[in-house]
Ligand binder design. Structure first.
Ligand code: PRT
Ligand code: ZN
Length: 283
């Protein structure tokens, strides 16, 4: 049995829960309790605040955690980062009032910066040889300059909309982050086996993200030409159709190339093109 810590509520909760469901680690009545046992996988789910997940995993209170890399870096917890899960992408950046002229990182010398990530910021300033005053605040960091509490902020940025609506501009992106899977160092062999099983399932799910399964009918005379335009690394599957002179071709195409590819395939004579969702890819 392993214990998996995920965010109880917030930006990472839904995708962390969905990833577990897709991996067939399902719980009844999630969120009703702090700790819930999975039904068909030897795991229990512990719902925590994201700030508490790195420490809980470092101390072995949970064996696995799903949390933003920003929290892992800030807490400097003794955990192993095993897998980038690709969601919850953001960056942590320095921002200043938009009317100020930014002159490079030396701009911050002697300035007051408000943040919820003092350790990451201190490391950055130390590396750059900048002496600034770091003011730690827990939330609503973006209002600190207008409130006269700080000259700038160091905070999470995703679309940048929050900065703009607070009259700020991003001037240095210090780190990028996304949700990662972390584990307690030195797990028992039994627990490590379960972690590997879970990682195998997660990888199969993540590989299928942004991919579509495409089936089409093509005239046999066009097979070589169609195959030459397909992006697939391995050779696509070809099956003869009952109708003489035609084949069914199956392949996987990434979503961002899909519409361009479909136009090319149609111009080469492909017909009855079906585009299906993919849940898992196991090479
Ligand atoms: O209650 P708990 O402590 O568990 O949650 P929390 O409030 O501390 O964190 P939460 O749920 O807001 O975020 C959890 C994690 O999501 C973060 O640690 C990041 O790893 C990741 N993440 C991804 C983000 C964002 N994108 C994000 N945009 N976390 C916060 N934001 C906030 C940011 O702080 C700012 O206020 O969104 C605003 C900026 O967004 P834009 O799009 O306007 O730039
Ligand atoms: Zn938090």
């Amino acid at each position: 049995m392993i214990r998996i810590a995920i965010q109880a509520k917030g930006r990472l909760n839904e995708q962390s829960s969905q990833l577990l469901i897709d991996a067939d680690v399902e719980v009844k009545n999630p969120k009703r309790k702090l700790l819930v046992c999975a039904e068909n996988f030897p795991a229990e789910i512990l719902y925590l605040r994201d700030d508490d997940i790195p420490k809980a995993v470092a101390q072995g209170i949970a064996d696995i955690g799903i949390v933003g890399m920003n929290e892992v870096a800030e807490k400097n917890a003794d955990v192993q980062v095993r897998k980038d899960l690709g969601f919850g992408r953001c960056r942590i950046s320095l921002a200043i009032p938009k009317e100020h002229v930014y002159t490079g990182v030396s701009y911050f010398e002697g300035k007051k910066i408000a943040t919820s990530y003092p350790n990451i910021l201190k490391k950055f300033f130390d590396e750059k040889g900048i002496k600034a005053k770091i003011i730690e605040i827990a939330g609503s960091v973006e209002i600190a300059p207008a409130a006269g509490m700080a000259d700038g902020i160091f905070d999470i940025v995703s679309s940048g909309g929050t900065l703009v609506s607070n009259g700020l501009k991003e001037v240095e992106s210090v780190m990028t982050s996304s949700a990662v899977l972390i584990t307690t160092p030195g797990l028992s062999n039994e627990k490590e086996e379960i972690v590997k099983q879970l990682l195998f399932r997660f990888e199969a799910i993540l590989r299928s993200v942004g991919q579509k399964y495409v089936l089409m009918n093509i005239p046999n005379a066009k097979i070589d030409e169609v195959i030459s335009v397909l992006p697939s690394l391995k050779s696509p599957t070809l099956l003869p159709l009952a109708q003489e002179g035609w084949s069914s071709l199956h392949t996987v195409i990434s979503e961002d190339q899909l519409w361009n590819m479909i136009e090319k395939l149609k111009s080469l004579g492909a017909e009855d093109i079906l585009v299906l969702s993919l849940d898992k890819i196991i090479p």
